[in-house]
Design a protein around this ligand. Structure first.
Ligand code: ADP
Ligand code: MG
Length: 349
């Protein structure tokens, strides 16, 4: 016999569920920027502008020139698990978009006031919807606007006081936003990206041209010295079903700290195992104390990767991890050693 004091099990209110989920997906303003930027890239944009006020806490705006959102989809676009990118679970294996869970916009709309202005190529006029907690606050209105989508999120975490208190300073948050955008600009050099602060003092912290290249964007981001020392490494492994495309600074470059930018299947991720492999390669092939910059893009056969292991999609699991890491390590060592030889050769001649 249960005592009366034993609490009954109750179903959580949907709003509570959604706010909890939102807290996992959007931990800081830069997480929102990453999700929105990925959406703009998924939409085929060639130009993406990002504006932030107070490190994104007060205002985050992202303007793209992508395919736009259909007028008829505007009412459900911010609902949880609404997506145009995934129809069946098996599609997860052939996914070529960043998004798939339909959680980003929903999450943001649960912790901020969101407005979306969009126009598809077919539409005669743009339209605007305002959202809160996944839903439209009023019917969608026609407004002037160009093709593409502008998403504005205001007062991030206004309803999550604890999260607001744990955030870093606006300067710090803005730095993270600039960083995440510059890393994506390395992987998508064809897409022009910019980040600036809102207002009249609207300092532009980053601006890459459309149709740029990886090397040109490394030059912008890390500097000319790094760009001049870059060694381009390509590798394909049929047995382990992966391919590698990397730019690593050779022995002539010594940065202030080692920087490794890793994309796996077009997602910016962390992998302790690959980081270790890269660091071993650096130790083996570079002069002592060299602090290289490396951008590594790894493509692994989708059936060997699980992208759905983390709410922020920050980590991925993949098969043959050790074998792939070892193969990459020896390939990088070989490329760096060859780079060193050609430098010695230059010095001698
Ligand atoms: P997901 O990206 O996982 O599908 P999101 O919540 O990020 O989920 O977005 C939901 C849907 O809204 C997307 O599937 C897409 O159809 C649409 N969408 C979001 N942002 C854009 C954008 N910038 N341009 C065009 N469509 C967009
Ligand atoms: Mg998305």
């Amino acid at each position: 016999q249960a005592p009366d004091s034993l609490p009954r099990i109750q179903r959580l209110d949907e709003t509570v569920v959604n706010r909890i989920a939102a807290g996992e997906v959007i931990q800081r303003p830069f997480n929102a920027v990453k999700e929105l930027l990925e959406n703009s890239i998924d939409a085929g944009s060639t130009l993406v502008q990002i504006i932030a006020r107070d490190g994104g806490n007060k205002l985050l705006q992202i303007i793209d020139n992508g395919c736009g959102i259909r007028f008829d989809d505007m009412p459900i676009v911010c609902e949880r698990f609404t997506t145009s990118k995934l129809a069946a679970f098996t599609d997860l294996r052939s996914l070529n978009t960043h998004g798939f869970r339909g959680e980003a916009l929903a999450s943001i709309s649960h912790v901020a006031h969101v407005s979306i202005v969009s126009k598809t190529a077919e539409a005669e006029c743009a339209y605007r919807g305002e959202y809160f907690e996944g839903k439209l606050k009023a019917p969608v209105k026609y407004v002037p606007g160009n093709q593409g989508t502008t998403i504005t999120a205001e007062d991030l975490f206004f309803n999550v006081p604890i999260r607001r208190r744990t955030l870093k300073s606006a300067t710090e948050e803005f730095k993270k936003i600039v960083e995440v955008v510059s890393l994506y600009s390395l992987h998508y050099p064809r897409v022009g990206m910019s980040v600036r602060k809102a207002g009249s003092d609207g300092l532009t912290a980053l601006k890459t041209p459309a149709d740029s290249t990886v090397a040109a964007n490394i030059r912008l981001m890390v500097g000319a010295e790094a760009a001049d020392a870059l060694i381009h490494v390509n590798h394909e492994d049929k047995r382990l079903e992966f391919s590698l495309d990397a730019f690593v600074t050779g022995p002539s470059f010594a940065g202030r700290k080692t920087q490794l930018v890793l994309f796996i299947n077009h997602r910016l991720v962390e992998s302790a195992r690959l980081r270790r492999a890269m660091e071993s390669a650096f130790t083996e092939a570079l002069p002592r104390g060299a602090q290289p910059f490396a951008y590594v893009s790894l493509q692994i056969a989708p059936h060997n990767v699980d992208v759905n292991v983390h709410p922020t999609k920050h980590e991925v699991f993949f098969l043959h991890q050790d074998a792939i890491a070892d193969a990459i390590q020896s390939r990088i060592v070989a490329a760096l050693a060859a780079g060193r030889q050609s430098m010695t050769f230059l010095v001698q001649s």
